[in-house]
Structures are given as structure tokens and as C-alpha cells.
Write a protein that binds this ligand. Sequence first.
Ligand SMILES: Cc1cc2nc3c(=O)[nH]c(=O)nc-3n(C[C@H](O)[C@H](O)[C@H](O)COP(=O)(O)OP(=O)(O)OC[C@H]3O[C@@H](n4cnc5c(N)ncnc54)[C@H](O)[C@@H]3O)c2cc1C
Length: 473
Amino acid sequence: MNVPEQALGAIEGVVGRRWIRRAPAELETYATDGLPTRHSRPCAVVLPGSRQELVSVVRILAHYGIPFVARGAGTGLSGGAVGDRDSVVIGLTRLNRILLIDPRNRRAVVEPGVVNVRLSEAARPYGLYYAPDPSSQTACTIGGNVAENAGGPHCLKYGVTSSHVLELEIILPDGSLVNLGSPGGEPWGPDLVGLFVGSEGMFGIATRIAVRLLPLPKAVRTLLADFPSLKTAGEAVSAIIASGIVPAALEMMDQNCVRVVEESIYAAGYPVDAAAVLIVELDGNSQEAVAAEAAEVERLLKDSGAGTVRMAADERERERLWQGRKKAFGALGRISPDLVVQDAVVPRTALPEVLEKISSIAAAYGLKVSNVFHAGDGNLHPNLNFDRREPDQLSRVERCSAEIMELCIKAGGSITGEHGVGTDKLRYMPLIFDGDTLAAMRAVRRVFDPQERANRGKVVPVHACREWSGVTA
Ligand SMILES: Cc1cc2nc3c(=O)[nH]c(=O)nc-3n(C[C@H](O)[C@H](O)[C@H](O)COP(=O)(O)OP(=O)(O)OC[C@H]3O[C@@H](n4cnc5c(N)ncnc54)[C@H](O)[C@@H]3O)c2cc1C
């Protein structure tokens, strides 16, 4: 199918010539998200400047039956926010207003293109913040977070995006506007907010998002511990969780990652000779209680084999420790032309063994792997640096990624912890879901989008459904 000129002309009439991109060089900007291995140029990119313009654009696309892809900041890591030449990408970055901060009810209402960290900055004067903090939070949008059900270091204690979304206004692919959820998050009927959050843009576009805000904790302690092996670091993670203490964050970096961070402008003073480091953050409202928890965690870290345990002396040092962690992908991006950030989840207790096997798998493919991840959740991010211009490197990265996914599944885990399925993980879906389950997912998708025009071809592998359960396209 080709996108008819009439449709593009009508869209241009709505948004104005400046906000529709069609030149190949312009489209190239939108041809990948944060995952360089899934490249596809759309027919056009439209950047509506208001909710009304967005609604009009979606209605024009519905009229002509044109597939579309919503796009926030394009920081996704599963090839979700890219479209093919038969589709139109709808960029939402101009819909970036915080519509309401309601301190009495601890809620905010935002447009989808609001950058994650801006919401916490705006809420801070009221003593509040928005808890989900993806490491990409200085760039990614709340709309993209909703679509991916994004996590982040502090989601261990406070829950991922789905725990913080109260109400959604969405535009369905047929152009109708519907409201899901309730202002205070009370259950009003079936949990359609829960269904939409994490649907990766397949059910429509979130146009307004009401979220919960939390009070800023009064006491925070941040510890940095170094370990002689990945195994002992992994055991420390299990020991902390088993103790019943729930840290606000519990993050791990291996030596490869630490060294790359320390060589970058994000250097945080991590020990470069350690096999692994853990960052553990504890927070709460009582200084005494948090100090007692920090002392207990320090004991557990040392009992598990930590070399030194250092506590951030002040807010500046704490920010530095976090900057190194949150910018680790950026630091890794400096050392080779291409970087694949993988994402999988395993039971926490399997971490030491799985990490060792990941190193062996990468070595067998002649690739360097660096790990930086949400250890408390068992959410792994093996990072593979490569150069796709070198013959065979891309294919080795793909085969290595597939083996890592199979390893994580065998260890009792799954193919994504927070970055979603997109196009990258489609091929693994039949490894964890049978045909009937995939068919059920597809049926749910069709309730929202009978023609499957929103993020066409993503997340649910159509062929697997057909082959395995007789569902027709
Ligand atoms: C350096 C780095 C660190 C990261 N750290 C984390 C992390 O700690 N935790 C984590 O979970 N992720 C992380 N990510 C992945 C990524 O940032 C998240 O998935 C984020 O939620 C994507 O937001 P975005 O605005 O960039 O969305 P995009 O990449 O633009 O889109 C992602 C998906 O959402 C859909 N979509 C976008 N907006 C809407 C909307 N309004 N309505 C419906 N669908 C929509 C798109 O179609 C696409 O399928 C990281 C990425 C990078 C590059």
C-alpha cells in the first residue's frame, strides 16, 4: 500500500508544511529508535502541535486506512517507534505541556510528549516527584513510558509505570477519543488503564495522562560496594532482598561497564579494579530508620564478600554516583560505532550463573559484553558494542542476542524486563507464549484496532498465531 498524496495533503493542511517531514534525509532521523539494528524509513513524519491537530491527523489516517506509529523521544530499545514506507510516524514531542499539578491530591496531568524528568522538576516545589525514573529520563517522554510500561532504578521499591498511571485519554485508531481509568485511580469497571499501559502503541495513542505523584523522601542513604566477582555481587543482591529490606534502588555494573564509565565525562569514582559494583539506595521519612537499614545493608554487603562499602557523604556525591549509572549507556555508546542494549529478566537468584554464561556466549561470538542493570529486579541489560560496517558483526550480534534470550528463558526468566517487544523481540515471542495465548493477545489488540493499523506488525507475531492456532489475518 502506498500512502495517498491526498491524505498527506490533508495532513499538511492541518499541521502546516513545516511540521510534516518527507525528505529522505529528514526521514532518516526517524528510521531507528535507540536500537540501531532495526532500521526502517516511514513514508512521512507528522509533528502535530496540539491535541486537536493530533486528533485531526489520526482521523485523516483512519479515513484513508493508513497505518501509523506513535513516537515519543525515540529512546525505545526494541525497535518500536519506527514505521515502514507504507506508514506515517506521528511524533508527539510538541505535545509537551504539563497541564496540571494538583498537590492536594498528589496527581499531575500531562500531555504525552512531556519529558519524564521535567515532571519531577515541576513537582519538586510542592515536595513531590514522579517516581518511575528510566535511566533515559532526561530524554524519554511520559507517553513512551506509558506505552512501554517503563521501569527505572527506583522502580524496585515504588513500582514501574503501571503503578503510577491513574487515568488516560486515548485516541483510538478509528479516531474516537476515549477515557480510561478514574481521576484518583479508583477501580471503575475493568482495568483498561492496566491493559493500555505496556501495549507498545498497538491500541492507540495516549493523548493525556494523569499520574500519581509521591512525596519526596526526607531521608536518603546511597551506598557503593565493590566485589571481587560477579558471583559475590549477585549473592549480595539475594541476601539484601531475603533480609526483607526493600531498597529504593539496587543496581549492578560489571567491570567492563565501570571502566568505560570511568573513562568518560560521567566518571563517578567507581573502583575500576572491582569485578562488579553495586549501588544500593535506601530512603524513607525517618533519618533513624533509614540509617539503621543502611547499617544492616552494609553488614550484608560485607558478609557477601564486598571489598569496600562507601556511603555518599552528601547530595553532590550521591548525584555523581547516580550520574555514572544513568549515563552508562551513553558512555558505552562512545567506544564503538554501534551499541545494542539488550533487555531480559531472570529470577534474582539465577543472576550469578546467568551473568557468567552471558560472558561465555559473547566471547564465543567474539563480542565484548558489558552489564549494567537493575539487579534488585533481576532485570539484565547485556550491552554489545560492535561496528556494523565490519562484515559479519551484525549477524554475530543478532545470534549472540538470541542465545542470551534463550539462556534467560531457560533460567526461568523472560525476553524483556522493561524495554518491550517492539520488532526486535517478535521472533522470541513464540518461545514464551503458545499459539493460543498469542491469538488471545491479537484478539485483544483487535478490540482497540480491528484493522491493526497502529504499530502494525509489532509485538504479536502474526505468523505464529496463524500457524499455531488457525487465526486468520
Ligand atoms: C540510555 C537509555 C536508557 C534507558 N533506560 C531505561 C530504563 O531505565 N528503564 C526503561 O524502562 N527503559 C529505559 N530505556 C528505554 C526507553 O527510554 C523507554 O522505553 C522509554 O519509555 C521510551 O520512551 P520514548 O518517549 O523515547 O518512546 P519511543 O521510543 O518514542 O516509543 C516507544 C514505544 O512507545 C510508543 N509510543 C510512544 N508514545 C506513545 C503514546 N503517546 N501513545 C501510545 N504509544 C506511544 C511507540 O509507538 C513505541 O512503540 C532506556 C533507553 C536509553 C536510550
